[in-house]
Ligand binder design. Sequence first.
Ligand code: ADP
Ligand code: MG
Length: 528
Amino acid sequence: METIKFEQLAIQPEILRAITDMGFEEATPIQAKSIPIILEGKDIVGQAQTGTGKTASFGIPILQNIDPKNKSLQAIVLCPTRELAIQVADELRKLAKYLHGIKVLPIYGGQDITRQIRAIKAGTQIIIGTPGRVMDHMRRKTMKLANVKMVALDEADEMLNMGFREDIETILSEVPEERQTILFSATMPKPIMDITKKFQKDAQIVKVVKKELTVPNIEQYYYEVRPKNKPEILARLLDIYNPNLSVVFCNTKRMVDELVEELQGRGYFAEGLHGDLKQSQRDRVMNGFRNGKTEILVATDVAARGIDVDDVDAVFNYDIPQDDEYYVHRIGRTGRAGRQGIAFSFASGRELYKLREIQRYCKTKIKAQPIPSVSDVAEARVSKVFENISETIEAGGLEPYVEMIEEAINVNDYTTLDLAAAFLKMVMGENEVATEEANQDFENTGAEEGMVRLFINIGKNQRVRPGDILGAIAGESGMPGKLVGCIDMFDKYTFVEVPKEFAHDVLNAMKHAKIKGKNINIEPANQR
Ligand code: ADP
Ligand code: MG
């Protein structure tokens, strides 16, 4: 995908500054194609789907062509509804933030007309209005058209659908002919082409047909994760799903660097990719990823864009992308060629709203998932080991080993079961598997439904407050503090309830933790 920066589009510095403030990094395709044409003064028919930035496509060149010293009406933008008129006016005002002396006014039915008349007279150069209300002002001669040099029809197909055709034609025939006529629409039915023929001069047609935004065949999950716990949760997911190749997307270069270091420190084969790397470094990283030496590519959107990594097993949105479309691009890296892809997103706070918006925009479902516990990781590893065992047995050639096992059993008085269990434990290494007993302990702690009551041998006498307990549990285990249930504090000990699915994590994390500098003992409570 070729990208165009706004700086490449001959836009004046004041507007560029506003664009930067608005957080736009690069022009959308319809903007890149249409802004230069409109700036040249040519008529245009622009077609692109909703949400592709059509407002700025005409808004930027209109603002740039307005003479701020001239206080008469110079541009009219027609919009189908009051909401859109307000929205477009807002966007234009943002773009005009550093331009002095430019007034943008939305006008629509239902609003006090004398107020509008006063505002128009006060020196409005750009009017954003619904066709009906604009007609109204034209009839009343409260809107002078003599100096109007640009007319834009925004969402033209919608306006026609709403029966504004006659109004539009009337308006267009009354505005001086020496004008530029700009038309934007999501679709191009014949009536629009009729308007073009009748009212535009030699219009350039610009089309951006967007790729289908649906994202089939990709399972999408999200986890509510506090930023601080993201590395741990990422590691657990990598261990559980064990993807051969995965891409982890971050929103900033700094985050890429930090995460790569963190992952490498945890023993993963991870490399980072972002805009600050020299070409030779990028090549090295990409070669490593293609030949499988690097299993995890950590990248920013911009850096990942130019590269052809398409068949990864999993995509992680370590940060939720700012742009909805980025989400689609990101997760589209997996699930190619009919294979089952999987995408995980981490979100907290405001990012959760962003996720909801993405689901709406992409018409997709991103399912919430509970954070996998340490024992989930262990379980996943056990099943992986058993899979390997099956393969090894099927491959055959076990005879010499069977003999050795027989000998070990005879010499040491072990059972084959003991031996197999010992092997499994060795293979599992740090991923300890909890005993049944420990699990059962959680059933009878006298906690509320779904919770586990934990006993901690520290209390009021040690000058500990409930907040210290909560802080320690959340801080050490990574479980969100708001999930901690009731905390009962006594002189020498404290009971605290945590959700069952986090109980293992909390116990493990707290084993070596200190509260207020004191070593503690923590265990499931005995029901009295
Ligand atoms: P359309 O009219 O094509 O439906 P809009 O002009 O309403 O789309 O733009 C949709 C959203 O995208 C708006 O919130 C707008 O501020 C934002 N937007 C526009 N251009 C860009 C850009 N170049 N980069 C990022 N966001 C943009
Ligand atoms: Mg629009």
